[in-house]
Write a protein that binds this ligand. Sequence first.
Ligand code: SF4
Length: 468
Amino acid sequence: GVGRTLILLGHGSHLNADSAAAVRRHARAVRAQGRFGEVLEGYWKEEPSLRQLLRLARFRDVTVVPLFVSEGYFTGTVIPRELGFEWRGPVPPGGLSTVLEGRRVHYTRPYGVHPDMAEVIAARATEVCGEWSPERTALVVLGHGTGRDRQSQQAIEQAAAALRGRGRFAEVQALYLDQAPRVDDWAALTRSPDVVIVPFFASEGWHTQDTIPHDLGLTGAVTEFPELPGGPRRVFYSRPVGTHPAVTRVIVRLVEDSLDAPLSPEEPAWRAAGEALLRAARSSGGGLSVGEVQVAPLPGGGFDLRSQEDAGHSDLTPVALADLAAWTGRTADGAHRPIRTQRSLPRGWRAEVCAGELRAALHAVYPAVLEEASAWENGALPVVPWADTADRQSGLYAAVQRAGPAQVARARSTTCTGCLRTPLWAGEPLGTTFLAGDPQGLPCPEACTLLVAAVREELSSHQETPAQ
Ligand code: SF4
């Protein structure tokens, strides 16, 4: 077929499985529209990682959209760097285009800067306070703000200005958590008796659910403040803009505004990997084993996926393909699994898919392992040495550049021993992969985000415990 690969990028988290939920929902909604040949999602702090994504793309034309509410460090530095762009800095209005790994890659600005976000803010306000009267209602668009990065305020100020121009509120203010003008001063900075606060955040999290309500003394969607100096006030507090379903429309519009290249054919290597998977799954009589997963052919031509430990069990919960990534993204105890090849796959589920869905199902459980194994079998998997991975780290993680071989080795022994992949980046040998008969043969070409975090941990625990 011909088409285009759309990649939606989020921050994700080592710690919190819900952080990726908004990206997952928007990806699902865009996919359901069927406008793009393929819609992938990727993250900075969990799998599939930014570094794996281009290898996964089915088509030569790839459009990458950062699902962030504003320009800043991630959209201007981390994402371009991780994808392989030379560019650093605010993304120009038309986006950036280049050829990477043989693909034509177009990188857009974050959705938060799109002019249609003003409507999403208004929609959030409507949800929380219904019919407001414009003369007695103030709107506060609440941003994070960093105090050092003008770029990050631009989206919020632009949206506030647009809403101010429409006259639907008596006043519209852009206030911030971490810089002036501060949201703590809302009572002094607004005059209207009713104040609607809409957090301009990409997802629910610690700030939207804890710190903001706590610091402002909010008790729910509506809080009465009967005894403020200027008279009684009411504060309406909405959910963050980024999780509103209308954001899906903004994302699609952002992509469509930036498209001019014609649709492209499927990548031969992409197709070859899918064929290799089907061959392996059909040829090995009792089914194919991949890490902790068993893929068994079904009589009608489909496949059954489950934990190997559940082989032969009949009391398993059927899980739909669309839910498989979320389902297998937690351990049996509910803990987040940012790196999916850690040996902690939950049991108790089964997924039944047709042959055309097998690849997506395997990706949902173990992102990118098919493409990496297939590239390894063909001698085409680039291995990235630790020094290069360390050099790319910045911010708090730049410290790992100081780690010596012993510290990296200790981090490996805590992190990689619990993982199914073989760390090729550390020089460990790998024979064949699961495609060629070794179920445990999963290549790891580049240190993952957990390993980087473990090295940093090594360095800091070392500093805290001086040698005896
Ligand atoms: Fe697994 Fe280690 Fe590779 Fe991370 S670096 S994916 S823990 S082998």
